[in-house]
Write a protein that binds this ligand. Structure first.
Ligand SMILES: [Zn+2]
Length: 407
């Protein structure tokens, strides 16, 4: 019954977008405002008190009988042309657990906060975990100067979203007495489906480097400037993209992706004079990721020089690999076994809010099977039966945590 509700609610939120026809919900947008309003209504109905913090994270709190706060959550922002489960499923499955407690009139020996983070994907400002980094008190002040495509700074966007940029850095909106965090998320990979498991628990979250490279050459007429002596910035960028692919392929376990490219002046009869690209590099081992990142930086320099171009290389973000907490993982594994399943352990190649939360408390994650491992795409698909298993396991997990805290 509550799994059906979660599926329905994912569809409701999936229909709230900045653009008709596709799902795109960036930080600070009116669609984010709208989903926060909808979810806060559900939170209140579940018997939670609701607050919004200085960056716009929506936080529902279900009081317990003793001290300590256990945090559940995920994010409500999306990538462009997103699916409806990446993020919202974690928030809504957590909410379903609270509704079960409410229906039974049950209080745990600790409070539970369900947090809907306002920005995880980094679509608007190119940096991930903005929401959870503020909740955890780790937001860096320099990030407030980041600009979106329209030149709006993060500080301005926070203010427009009803938040308070001045109070963002150096403070945290999480309570002081956090005892742990557990996030439900679609796997975004093929392992659970291939092994035929509805859920699995996460051993570690991969580290990530987000970079920005720009190549500056010389624009000119596509018809009159001979091929010899051209300084084509797009040719330099293209050579770099293939180099990044080859370098990641030669380093097992690593991935490197150029997902954004802007070409200027951007006309069919003009040689590209300026190209800016994003570079995303990941590996479970931080040392290998850093080596690959440095290798790509030197390659960008070499390619630029050989083509008479200039280049700039900037690090937007570095996230180290994060291990989940062995004790919480053991409880989560027990909860999975209590539900008569084998507890499968798997790594996360994608970053998650849990990585940021690990700064302030022990963390665990439960992955849910998704069709063909597809995510960041409208083809994202989750089975209702798997959601039912998820809610069941999370309920048992909270019970295990409660037992461990002396209920
Ligand atoms: Zn996500």
């Amino acid at each position: 019954m509550d799994a059906a509700t979660v599926m329905e609610r994912c569809s409701v939120l999936g229909g709230v977008s900045e653009e008709p026809g596709i799902l795109v919900r960036p930080y600070g947008s009116s669609s984010m405002h709208e989903v926060n309003g909808i979810v806060s209504g559900w939170m209140r109905d579940a018997g939670m008190s609701v607050r919004t913090d200085a960056i716009g994270n929506l936080i529902g709190r279900y009081e317990g009988t003793g001290n300590g706060t256990f945090v559940l959550g995920s994010h409500l922002d999306t990538v462009r042309d997103a699916g409806k489960y990446d993020g919202p499923l974690g928030v809504l499955a957590a909410l379903a657990c609270i509704e079960r407690l409410r229906d039974r009139g049950e209080r745990l020996p600790f409070a539970v906060e369900v947090v809907a983070f306002a920005d995880e994907e980094g679509l608007r400002f190119g940096t991930t975990y903005l929401g959870s980094s503020h909740y955890a008190g780790a937001l860096e002040k320099r990030l407030l100067e980041l600009q979106d495509r329209d030149g709006v700074t993060l500080a301005e966007a926070v203010r427009a979203f009803g938040g308070d940029p001045e109070s963002l850095s150096g403070t945290r909106s999480a309570p002081e007495d956090i005892v742990g965090y557990c996030e439900v998320h679609i796997e975004q990979g093929p392992v659970l489906e291939e092994r035929n498991f509805p859920v699995g628990f996460v051993s570690a979250i991969t580290g990530l480097s987000r970079l920005r490279a720009s190549f500056s050459g010389r624009a000119g007429h596509a018809g009159t400037v001979p091929m010899e002596g051209r300084k084509d910035a797009l040719c330099a960028a293209a050579e770099f993209v293939l180099e990044a692919e080859a370098a990641a392929k030669s380093e097992p376990g690593s991935v490197a992706t150029v997902g954004e490219m802007s070409v200027r002046p951007g006309a069919r009869n003009v040689i590209p004079g300026q190209v800016e690209i994003s570079v995303d590099v990941r590996h479970g081992d931080d040392a290998i990721r850093e080596r690959l990142r440095d290798h790509l930086e030197s390659k960008a320099a070499k390619i630029s020089t050989s083509r008479g171009c200039e280049h700039r290389w900037e690090a937007d973000q570095e996230s180290v690999a994060v291990s989940t907490d062995p004790e919480l993982c053991a409880l989560l594994a027990r909860a999975i076994e209590d539900a008569s399943m084998e507890a499968l352990r798997l790594p996360s190649g994608a970053g998650h809010d849990a990585a940021q939360m690990a700064e302030v408390c022990p963390v665990a994650m439960l992955f849910v099977r998704c069709k063909e491992g597809i995510s960041h795409n409208p083809g994202e698909s989750v089975e209702e039966e798997d959601v039912a298993v998820t809610i069941d396991v999370m309920g048992r997990f909270l019970g295990r945590v409660a037992e461990g805290r002396g209920r």
